[in-house]
Design a protein around this ligand. Structure first.
Ligand SMILES: *Cc1c(COP(=O)(O)O)cnc(C)c1O
Length: 393
C-alpha cells in the first residue's frame, strides 16, 4: 500500500514500498526466487496476459524489486519507476524504449564517459543520432533541435567538472518543441535535487552510487510518468537488463540512510573544497557550493547543497596529479563514487580514458584534474592524506 506522498522524504525513504508477507516481518523481505507459482492454469494465463496483477517471473516482476521501485518513485516525486541492472542499462533501456531509428537526441559534452560512448558510438549504428552541446549553453541546446529530436539528455552537476545545467530553462525550450527531457540525477539524488519538480519528464539513476551508498552493488532506475516508464518496462521485460532481487534489497536499505549520508557527505565536501581552494598547490576547484563556481547562483536555486563531489586541478600536469593519487594512504584509488569511503580518481586516464584527446579537451578534462567523491571520514583525516601529495608538488 502506497504511503501518502505528503510525508517527508526521510519518512518515505524508510517506510515506502514495503508490503509485508504473511510473516509480518518488520524489515523488508528478500524474495530470492526466479519464478512464482500459480493456483491454476487460468490464473497463469491471466498473469501472463496482464489481466491479473501479480508476480510471474523475476525478469520483470519481483516484490523486492517492486519495493525499491516504489520507494525511489516516492523520493523523486514520480508516478512510477523501473529498476535496471545498472545505471548504464537504465540509460540504454530509456533510449531503446523511447527512441527509434531516425530519431535524434541532444546531450551534453560533459556526460558520464560510458553514456557518451553509448550515445556517441553505439546508438548511431541503430540510426539514433546524438548532438553533443555544452552543458551550460542554453542557446546551443535550442539551436541543436532538429525535426527528428526526441529527447534532451543531461546530467547535472556534470562529472567530473560539476557544471550545472539549468533544468527549468532546458525544459522550457524542450516543451515548446515537444522534446522529452531526461535527467541523470546520480550526483544529487532526490535528497538534493528533484528534476521532475522542475518539469523534467524522466529521471535516470545509477543506483550504484549514492543510492546504495556503500559500494556494494550495481543498479539503476528510470522514474517518471507511468505512460513513459511502461515503455521502458516493456523493453526491460523482453530484453532483460533487470535489477536482481538481492541488489534491490541492498538498495532499499541504502535508501533508508540516503538523506543523512548525503547531507553529511555534502557538508564535508564543502569544508574540503574551501580548504583545497586555499591550497598553494591547487590551481582551481570545481564545486557548486563555492561562491567561485561559475554557476553558484543557479546551483543554489536548483540544489539543496553542493553535493559530495569535488574536483580540482593541481599546479602541474599528469605527473603531479598522479603524485597526489599515489601519496594517499586513506583515500581509495577507485573510479566509483557515492561511497561512505572517500574515493580519488584521475578522470583523464580512467573514467574518461576511452574518449579521444579532442573529446576530453572539449569536455575540459585535463591531465591535471582530480576528482574526489567525499565519504564519511573526518575532513581533517582527508586533508592530512591529501597534504602528503600536494605539499610535494
Ligand atoms: C556511474 C554513472 C553511470 C553509470 O552507472 P553504472 O551503475 O555504473 O552502470 C551513469 N551516470 C552517472 C552520472 C554515473 O556516475
Amino acid at each position: 500500500m502506497a504511503l501518502d506522498r505528503n510525508y517527508s522524504l526521510e519518512t518515505l525513504a524508510v517506510r515506502e514500498g514495503q508490503e509485508r508477507s504473511q510473516f509480518n516481518e518488520h524489515s523488508e523481505a528478500l524474495y530470492l526466487t526466479s519464478s512464482f507459482v500459480f493456483d491454476s492454469a487460468a490464473q497463469a494465463a491471466a498473469r501472463f496476459s496482464g489481466e491479473e496483477a501479480g508476480n510471474v517471473y523475476s525478469r520483470f516482476t519481483n516484490p523486492t524489486v517492486a519495493a525499491f521501485q516504489d520507494r525511489l518513485a516516492a523520493l523523486e516525486g514520480a508516478e512510477a519507476c523501473v529498476a535496471t541492472a545498472s545505471g548504464m542499462s537504465a540509460i540504454l533501456s530509456l533510449v531503446m524504449a523511447l527512441c527509434s531509428s531516425g530519431d535524434h537526441v541532444v546531450a551534453s559534452t560533459g556526460l558520464f564517459g560510458a553514456t557518451q560512448q553509448l550515445l556517441g558510438t553505439i546508438m548511431p549504428r541503430f540510426g539514433i543520432r546524438t548532438t553533443f552541446v555544452a552543458q551550460t549553453d542554453v542557446a546551443a541546446w535550442h539551436a541543436a533541435i532538429q525535426p527528428e529530436t526526441k529527447m534532451f539528455f543531461l546530467e547535472t552537476p556534470s562529472n567530473p567538472l560539476t557544471e550545472i545545467a539549468d533544468i527549468a530553462a532546458l525544459v522550457g525550450i524542450a516543451r515548446a518543441q515537444g522534446v522529452l527531457v531526461a535527467v541523470d540525477n546520480c550526483f544529487c539524488t532526490p535528497i538534493l535535487q528533484r528534476p521532475l519538480d522542475l518539469g523534467a519528464d524522466l529521471v535516470v539513476h545509477s543506483a550504484t552510487k549514492f543510492l546504495d551508498g556503500q559500494g556494494r552493488v550495481l543498479g539503476g532506475a528510470v522514474a517518471g510518468p507511468r505512460l513513459l516508464t511502461d515503455e521502458v518496462f516493456k523493453f526491460l521485460r523482453t530484453a532483460g537488463p533487470t535489477l536482481s532481487a538481492f541488489n534491490a534489497w541492498v538498495l532499499l536499505k541504502g535508501l533508508e540512510t540516503l538523506q543523512i549520508r548525503l547531507e553529511a557527505q555534502s557538508a564535508k565536501a564543502m569544508q574540503l573544497a574551501l580548504w583545497l581552494e586555499k591550497h598553494p598547490s591547487v590551481a582551481r576547484v570545481y564545486y557548486p557550493g563555492l561562491p567561485s563556481h561559475p554557476q553558484f547562483e543557479l546551483a543554489r536555486r536548483q540544489q539543496k547543497s553542493g553535493g559530495a563531489i569535488v574536483s580540482f586541478t593541481v599546479k602541474g600536469a599528469r605527473a603531479e596529479a598522479w603524485k597526489v593519487v599515489d601519496s594517499c594512504r586513506l583515500l581509495s584509488i577507485t573510479a566509483n563514487l557515492g561511497d561512505t569511503k572517500t574515493t580519488l580518481t584521475h578522470p583523464a586516464s580512467t573514467t574518461h580514458g576511452r574518449l579521444t584527446p579532442e573529446q576530453r579537451a572539449a569536455a575540459g578534462i585535463g591531465d591535471d584534474l582530480l576528482r574526489i567523491a567525499v565519504g564519511l571520514e573526518a575532513v581533517v583525516d582527508l586533508q592530512t592524506d591529501l597534504e602528503i601529495g600536494l605539499s610535494s608538488i
